[in-house]
Design a protein around this ligand. Structure first.
Ligand code: ATP
Ligand code: MG
Length: 137
């Protein structure tokens, strides 16, 4: 079974979308192997988004992602990495497929409600960054 790292970003938590997003994940059939609400430290945020370090929006992105509680999740299921990316929809909500989370709940790329690992390597790295082994049940 494949595992992926998923997150409800601060905009999603602030707007009260947690229950709706968790319901979608459970209806889909992914198992919640890990689940916690937390505030991300600057260090963890810079590490998590290290691939975007040189991008013009990096500072804004770190401010945003550390600006309030997030819900960090480890999801397990058949093809969970691509499957969860599909449930989220495209990075820019304007391009997100109808019925996807970003299409239904977001209007801007900067605040697009959820995160999902984009590869097996990212999933392993991000799960290790956010969860201790004993937190994955
Ligand atoms: P995520 O990594 O958050 O799941 P993603 O993989 O769809 O999203 P990435 O290209 O990894 O998209 O970008 C990471 C995040 O950086 C985006 O989700 C978005 O919040 C922010 N971001 C990306 N591009 C831009 C942009 N042009 N302007 C502002 N923010 C951006
Ligand atoms: Mg990404």
């Amino acid at each position: 079974m494949e595992r992926t790292f998923a997150m409800i970003k601060p905009d999603g938590v602030r707007r009260g979308l947690t229950a709706d997003i968790l319901a979608r994940i459970q209806r889909k059939g992914y198992r919640l192997v890990g689940l916690k609400q937390m505030v991300i430290s600057r260090e963890t945020a810079e590490n998590h988004y290290a691939e975007h370090k040189e991008r013009p929006f990096f500072g804004e992105l770190v401010e945003f992602i550390t600006g309030g509680p997030v819900v960090a999740m480890a999801l397990e299921g058949e093809n969970a990495i691509l499957g969860w990316r599909g449930m989220m929809g495209a990075t820019n909500p304007a391009n997100a497929a109808p019925g996807s989370i970003r299409a239904d709940f977001a209007t801007t790329t900067g605040e697009n409600v959820t995160h999902g690992s984009d590869s097996a390597e990212s999933a392993e790295r991000e799960l290790g960054l956010f969860f201790k082994a004993e937190e994955l049940l």
